[in-house]
Design a binder for this molecule. Structure first.
Ligand code: IPE
Ligand code: IPE
Ligand code: MG
Length: 243
């Protein structure tokens, strides 16, 4: 049943992002430590990537760690750091098999050289010219920082006469942002909260947004497919009169 549902749903060219929230509450509910919650969250990523590739999405962008998350306890951050390295080790071979191109974005340098090195290696190993799916992982990412950095780069290029003020358009702005997508079609947030938490602020202008109470470690391929189906049944008007 779940399989036929999956195979009939194709959304080529569609860009989806997910705020994967609820690992801590899931761990608490199951009387586990928070790192076990994040570990379960990483396992779920594998299944959702598989579904996204089967649905022929253009890209899947996952919010793994925000600029604000740096204020979490050192222990939790240490656990996340280890998980990033082990997840890359265990999941990259499968990503290569599925022809998924992996791309991390955000300021993740504070995780240390071992994380930066593992990311660099994983990106090189999956650098397909024409990937089946682009998998973007936001790590140490903040939408405001992205906009501010892009503004500074634009100002600097104008000063250096590489860019004229009149050339600054919406498309130009996308080129200066670190997030490797342009228009975002669908954003899903798990964990029950109805907020953006500083994710892809510039990209969200006409994004469909879905919230689910499911905690990220409980999120399934079936629920993901239901989200995609709901999206495909939505009329997107972009401000136009369609009646
Ligand atoms: C999301 O889960 C993962 C990160 C922010 C790193 P949380 O750890 O925020 O889970 P809750 O919201 O506390 O349940
Ligand atoms: C959003 O979750 C960030 C990620 C999922 C990486 P948070 O748990 O950090 O968001 P808030 O604090 O509830 O807004
Ligand atoms: Mg949270």
């Amino acid at each position: 049943m779940a399989e036929s549902k999956q195979s009939s749903l194709n959304l080529p060219g569609i860009n989806v992002a997910i705020i994967m929230d609820g690992n801590g509450r899931w761990a608490k509910k199951n009387t586990l430590n928070v790192t076990s919650g994040h570990q379960k969250g990483v396992d779920v990523v594998r299944t959702i990537v598989e579904s996204a590739a089967k649905a022929q999405l253009e890209s899947l962008s996952l919010y793994a760690f925000s600029t604000e998350n740096w204020s979490r306890p050192k222990n939790e951050i240490r656990g996340i750091k280890k998980l990033i390295i082990s997840a890359i080790d265990s999941q990259v071979p499968e990503l290569i098999d599925q022809e998924v191109r992996l791309n991390f974005f955000g300021d993740y340098s504070s995780f240390g050289d071992d994380v930066v090195g593992a990311i660099c290696k994983a990106e090189k190993a999956t650098a397909f010219q024409d990937p089946r799916l682009k998998l973007n992982i936001a790590l140490g990412y903040g939408g405001r920082a992205d906009i501010i950095e892009a503004t500074k780069l634009i100002a600097s290029d104008i000063k250096l006469e590489k860019l004229s003020v009149d050339d600054v358009s919406s498309d130009t702005f996308f080129r200066y942002l670190k997030a490797p997508i342009n228009e975002l079609d669908l954003l899903i947030r798990t964990g029950g909260d109805h907020r953006i938490s500083n994710f892809l602020l510039y990209h969200l202008a006409y994004t469909e947004i879905q919230f689910t109470n499911t905690l990220w470690p409980d999120f399934t391929q079936d629920e993901f497919i239901k989200c995609l189906e709901e999206f495909s049944n939505t009329e997107r008007r972009f401000g136009k009169r369609t009646l």
